[in-house]
Write a protein that binds this ligand. Structure first.
Ligand SMILES: Nc1ncnc2c1ncn2[C@@H]1O[C@H](COP(=O)(O)OP(=O)(O)OP(=O)(O)O)[C@@H](O)[C@H]1O
Ligand SMILES: [Mg+2]
Length: 268
């Protein structure tokens, strides 16, 4: 944990976190931290297009508990991907804050944000974003190649390869280790992307339309995998989706409309 928080302690003071969680969810927060795992607090984001400023997020407050599986829905263009990118530090808010266990993280130095993206967050996307020239296992290992120095990586190579292989077996791709992405089906590519997102043992998985490019049956398989990972490892998952049926499989769904979040309640 020391390593995970390296560089954060100096720059971050604990703050009171503004949580919009409903009462039953507050009761599920871990008593030690007593704070949401991840929160957006009064987040605003606009894009510039020539002379025009296009507001996308107009003061979004949202928080997610440790181990919770939350889906985000909303019309196309409502800012779902923008919010997910802000939460995962792929972009920064114009105003407002992103907090991890109550600590502000969006204003950290670039190196600390890189570290959080590499260690704390795992990302999966609709179009997988696998590197075409690398094999499946090399794609899965790529976050660890970034994490470690060349020397450290080579020293640990066998161990890391064994981890990547075990993870690929876990997602049902043990027989596709040396295939290139172009030799995989859509569902297999998403499984490989999930293995890549998890190889660094992130705390939080951020998924942008993970089933959006898959047929219904393959989408269900991916959802089953995500739900198992959430249940078995207490991985916190935040998933953007267009599909209300997919969204309903999460513990809770929140809707983005007119730049703000509307809480829809928890699944039974
Ligand atoms: N880099 C950018 N520059 C300018 N405008 C942008 C940029 N990224 C997003 N936008 C605009 O911000 C709005 C929200 O985009 P975003 O991608 O977050 O929507 P979304 O809810 O994810 O939509 P979809 O369901 O279609 O993926 C859109 O109107 C989009 O055109
Ligand atoms: Mg989007």
């Amino acid at each position: 944990m020391l390593e995970r928080n390296a560089g954060l302690e100096k720059t971050m003071e604990p703050r009171e976190s503004v949580s919009l969680l409903s009462a039953p969810l507050l009761a599920r927060l871990p008593p030690v931290e007593g704070r949401p795992h991840l929160a957006a607090v009064a987040v605003e984001k606009a894009y510039r297009k020539g002379e025009h400023r296009i507001p996308v997020l107009r003061g979004v407050n949202a928080s997610v508990s440790k181990g919770e599986f939350v889906s985000i829905v909303g019309q196309s263009g409502s800012g779902k991907s923008t919010l997910l990118h802000l939460l995962g530090l792929l972009d920064g808010p114009d105003t407002g804050e992103v907090r991890l266990y109550g600590k502000r993280i969006d204003d950290l130095p670039a190196s600390a944000r890189d570290e959080l993206r590499n260690r704390t967050f795992g990302f999966i996307f609709q179009f997988y974003h696998l590197l075409p020239e690398l094999s499946v296992i090399e794609n899965v290992l790529s976050p660890l190649m970034i994490r470690y120095s060349t020397l450290a990586y080579w020293r640990k190579k066998r161990e890391l390869q064994a981890q990547a292989k075990a993870l690929l077996e876990r997602v049902g791709l043990g027989h596709r280790l040396t295939h290139k992405p172009s030799e995989l089906s859509g569902g297999e590519m998403q499984r490989a992307a999930i293995a890549r997102a998890l190889v660094g043992q992130p705390e939080i998985l951020l998924a942008d339309e993970p089933t959006g490019n898959l047929d219904a049956a393959t989408g269900r398989e991916i959802m089953t995998l995500l739900k198992e990972l959430n249940a078995q490892t207490a991985l916190t998952i935040i998933m953007v989706t267009h599909d209300e049926g997919v969204a309903a499989q999460a513990d809770r769904t929140i809707r983005l409309a007119e730049g703000r979040l509307e809480t829809l309640g928890e699944a039974a």
